[in-house]
Design a protein around this ligand. Sequence first.
Ligand SMILES: *Cc1c(COP(=O)(O)O)cnc(C)c1O
Length: 359
Amino acid sequence: MRVFNFAAGPATLPTEVLEQARDELLDWHGAGMSVMEVSHRSKAFVGVARQAEQDLRELLGVPDTYRVLFLQGGATAQFAAVPMNLASRGAVADYINTGQWSKKAIAEARAYLDVQVIADEKHSNYSTVPARESLGFTPGAAYLHYTPNETIGGVEFPYAPDPGETPLVADMSSTILSRPVDVGRYALIYAGAQKNIGPSGLTLVIVRDDLLGTAREGTPSVLDYKAMADAGSMLNTPPTFGWYMAGLVFQWLKRQGGLAVMAERNRAKAQRLYQAIDGSSFYANPVDPGCRSWMNIPFTLARPELEASFLEEARAHGLANLEGHRSVGGMRASLYNAMPMAGVDALVAFMSEFERRHG
Ligand SMILES: *Cc1c(COP(=O)(O)O)cnc(C)c1O
């Protein structure tokens, strides 16, 4: 039996997509073999790859002046690839620190350039984002990097920073495709696939044309945006199964009605869970209400000694992977696109029943 899987990543995928993959697993499009067993250079696979890009471009409204890359190495490889491609040694880049993923991006970037942390939300224990008007940018910075949604802290920007001429770079790993986004505001967007796109092993990069071809000497070719763009992301063997699965998810999103429809659903799902948390004295969410994530909702129990029983009983109710990140503890429910409202309803009902027995 399939459970409601609230994991932060690898995360739940649409059942319809998994069923389609299952149905065509042994004999993919009449090939007599699975999609994992065909050449990435075959006409059939290249067709799948190009269709996936086309569907993604349509869903996100990616302008023609941007390249879409299907890479490997996760978002973590991009922590290094971004400075290697967009800045020369000794250049300055601005970073906003809103929590654990920002911190990792900053730590990695320090090896490649001079990182200026222009805002750090430590003062609120990373339960806030900086006010838009408080941001001061470094003149001439190579780029500004930020994390629109902090997957661990459950903190999300309600706005996109506007650094003027400075290229804006976003780690959208845990928010991409959850709602419409104005791609034209960004110089570069990257995202690991395993939250809202497909299986792990695939990383999306959406990068503006004029930023290609400036990689510093010594950049590995698989991390060089221009080399990868020129090769259609097939400079070496791409993660073919992940690319295929991402394509099925993009088609599923189109069948749902696109990102405006997903935004409505995601907002409603998050609202339902926050209401349940705020309406109880047993559960609490530490994040400033102005920047609470739609995707990742951490919460604590008034009696932390009950966490283990909460998780065990939730699992028995078909509600899986509700434990918080190992670094923070507590609980966390991730409500990506593939989590239906029925899953949130089941969680809210369980929480209320658990509180009645233990509160
Ligand atoms: C999961 C996550 C990462 C790390 O992704 P990997 O693919 O494991 O490298 C980075 N940034 C954010 C915001 C994430 O949610």
